[in-house]
Design a protein around this ligand. Structure first.
Ligand SMILES: [Zn+2]
Ligand SMILES: [Zn+2]
Length: 342
């Protein structure tokens, strides 16, 4: 069967792969129809993803069709169209026992730690498949991405009417904005990229004065204070994965507020303890998303409350991906979400 192998950084090639084995007990064999490409894949391609090993079949944002199920599977059946929760967890560790499989101590993410879905067929635990009768394969492949924002917003336990700031409006920041708006928050978006801020205004409906171009507004804290009557946002989400932004975000959060690190980088974040204490901040990280997020997002997309149409900016057929992948890593290409069909 056809697939793509990332042999080493910069070398993605189409090839023939061994056929998938029949599904074992509790498993399902799936046909992959769509694979979304995200920052993790682009970093892996450039050799900048920490803890990544090669060769690897990428692909963790998947829209699939069930071809067959193994013994004991009753939750899904052949023909079902599903989103895949690509977080394979152990089921026994402290995180799993407490209902947080998203941060399992032994977590293996499809397409990151083990081979993923950039191939025609593969076998996956049936419990990781979330079906929908009405969503398209494109929409199903976007559910994982949307889950990142949904879970981050859950972590902050937003309440309707509060003002929040989202730092960084790449794909992850945009998912945070979408779910913060769905929670009834007033959202202020901050980025260095004017084109992305324009997207927030035009496609997500943020008012012009709630988008801050940090290249034109060096004193972000002063601007956030101005926009909140001196209060500062009661929740701040950092989706930049940028050390300087993460350090600065401690100054952007209201006294008694929550600061959520959604993006990450391979290094230390330092902060001034008196500033942290004075504000009595709650600092949270957010990793992946939970099974219930997948079910909730599918329902939100089915009802139209979450609109996925702005997301896909680039498309390619599997065979054409090796030629196009490098161009997607170029910021000037303006890729929000590239979608592979196979
Ligand atoms: Zn991703
Ligand atoms: Zn576990």
């Amino acid at each position: 069967m056809k697939g793509l192998l990332l042999a080493e950084p910069g070398l993605l090639r189409a090839g023939d792969f061994p056929e998938a084995l029949p599904p074992g007990p509790g498993e399902a064999l799936v046909r992959v129809h769509r694979v979304g490409v995200c920052g993790t894949d682009l970093h892996a391609f450039r050799g900048r993803q920490p803890f990544f090993t090669y060769p690897r079949i990428l692909g963790h944002e998947l829209g699939v069709e069930v071809l067959g199920v193994g013994v004991g599977v009753t939750s899904i059946a052949a023909g079902d169209r599903c989103a895949v929760e690509p977080y394979l967890n152990c089921g026994n560790c402290i995180a799993c026992r407490q209902g947080n499989p998203n941060c399992c101590t032994q977590l293996k993410v499809l397409g990151v730690h083990i081979d993923g879905g950039q191939r025609e067929r593969f076998v996956v635990p049936a419990s990781k498949l979330h079906p929908s009768r009405t969503l398209s394969f494109d929409q199903l492949a976007l559910v994982e991405t949307l889950g990142i924002g949904a879970h981050a917003v859950d972590r902050a336990a937003l309440t309707s009417g509060e003002t929040v700031a989202v730092l960084g409006t790449g794909p992850i920041g945009l998912t945070v904005i979408q779910f913060a708006l769905a929670a009834g928050a007033r959202v202020i978006a901050v980025d260095i990229n004017a084109r992305r801020l324009a997207f927030c205004r035009e496609r997500l409906g943020l008012p012009a004065d709630q988008t801050i171009d940090s290249t034109a507004t060096p004193d972000i804290a002063a601007r956030l204070a101005e926009l909140t009557g001196g209060d500062f946002p009661t929740a701040v989400f950092d989706a930049t994965g940028n050390a300087a932004s993460m350090a600065a975000s401690f100054n952007f959060t209201a006294h008694g507020g929550r600061l959520v690190f959604v993006g990450l980088f391979a290094g230390d974040v330092t902060f001034n303890d008196p500033n942290f204490h004075r504000r009595e901040l709650t600092l949270l990280s957010s990793r992946n998303s939970r099974p219930e997020d997948f079910r909730r997002i599918i329902a939100l997309c089915e009802s139209g409350r979450v609109d996925t149409t702005p997301w896909i900016t680039h498309r390619a057929q599997l065979d054409d991906v090796p030629d196009q992948f490098a161009t997607w890593t170029d910021p000037s290409a303006g890729v929000l979400k590239a979608m592979i069909s196979l």
